[in-house]
Design a protein. Structure first.
Length: 255
């Protein structure tokens, strides 16, 4: 028999999943196009990448800027969805002209966001250089090396999907908690937050266990798999606790 808590969690997941999935798919498409274009360029110019360190660095900077722009542009829509859903959750009448500009500036200016964009690019180019170096060692022809680069990096769509899902949910959960804190402070309305995991076979065990944890005050931290986290996809958590996470937060006025 389905409990009342299960029904509430299911309803909240639906409310968040549908609009966030739309934002995620848009970002995934943009990121996939960026990686596909870069891979095509590398396939045609890989000798320059391996032979000229300065050239390689410039390509990495260009790729990072393209990714930064794509993710930053997507964040606005994601955060607007998040703050709207939070207001509906706690029955707060939000002004139509409310702006998420300050949240966006905080997020894209954060140390985490900039380090993550740099790490994605560094890992991508490290993979390319490893393929090229191995091809040279095996005395492959230029065409064979180019083919290996193309084949090995066809996982660009998978890479884009992971980036889109993780960064969409990170931004959404950041904006939701940030907005809930603001409302709580401005209206002197104490709020509790509750971790809501997804109920399927893919959810990781530490997140599934959060289903049975009680709601906590909004300024406190959850303990998830031995790590302190303020919200799902909190950068304080390790990759095993954040990458591809689909959990959300539920906010409850404290009696």
């Amino acid at each position: 028999m389905t409990s009342n808590k299960d029904k509430i969690f299911a309803r909240e997941r639906v409310r968040w999943t549908i609009p966030l999935k739309r934002r995620e798919n848009e970002l995934r498409s943009s990121v996939a196009k960026i990686f596909d274009a870069e891979t095509r360029y590398i396939v045609n110019n890989y000798e320059d990448v391996i032979a000229q360190e300065g050239f390689s660095i410039m390509r990495e900077i260009s790729l990072k800027n393209d990714l930064f722009d794509a993710v930053s542009s997507s964040i606005r829509g994601t955060m607007e969805v998040a703050v709207k859903l939070v207001a509906e959750q706690i029955k707060f009448e939000q002004k139509q002209d409310f702006s998420v500009d300050s949240y966006i500036l905080e997020w894209v200016g954060s140390e985490y966001f900039n380090e993550m964009m740099a790490l994605i690019v560094t890992n991508y180019y490290s993979e390319i250089k490893e393929i090229i170096a191995k091809g040279i060692e095996e005395q492959l022809t230029r065409r064979e090396i180019a083919k290996k680069i193309d084949n090995d990096l066809k996982l660009g769509s998978v890479r884009a999907a992971v980036i889109a899902r993780t960064e969409t949910h990170r931004a959404a959960m950041y904006a939701s908690e940030r907005r809930a804190r603001d409302i709580s402070k401005n209206l002197d309305m104490p709020l509790l937050k509750q971790w809501v995991p997804v109920s399927d076979s893919r959810v990781r065990d530490p997140h599934a266990a959060m289903r049975n944890k009680p709601a906590i005050p909004i300024d406190e931290m959850f303990e998830v798999g031995g790590e302190k986290m303020s919200r799902p996809n909190d950068p304080r958590g390790s990759a095993r606790n954040t990458i591809n996470c689909r959990c959300i937060l539920r906010y409850i006025p404290q009696s």
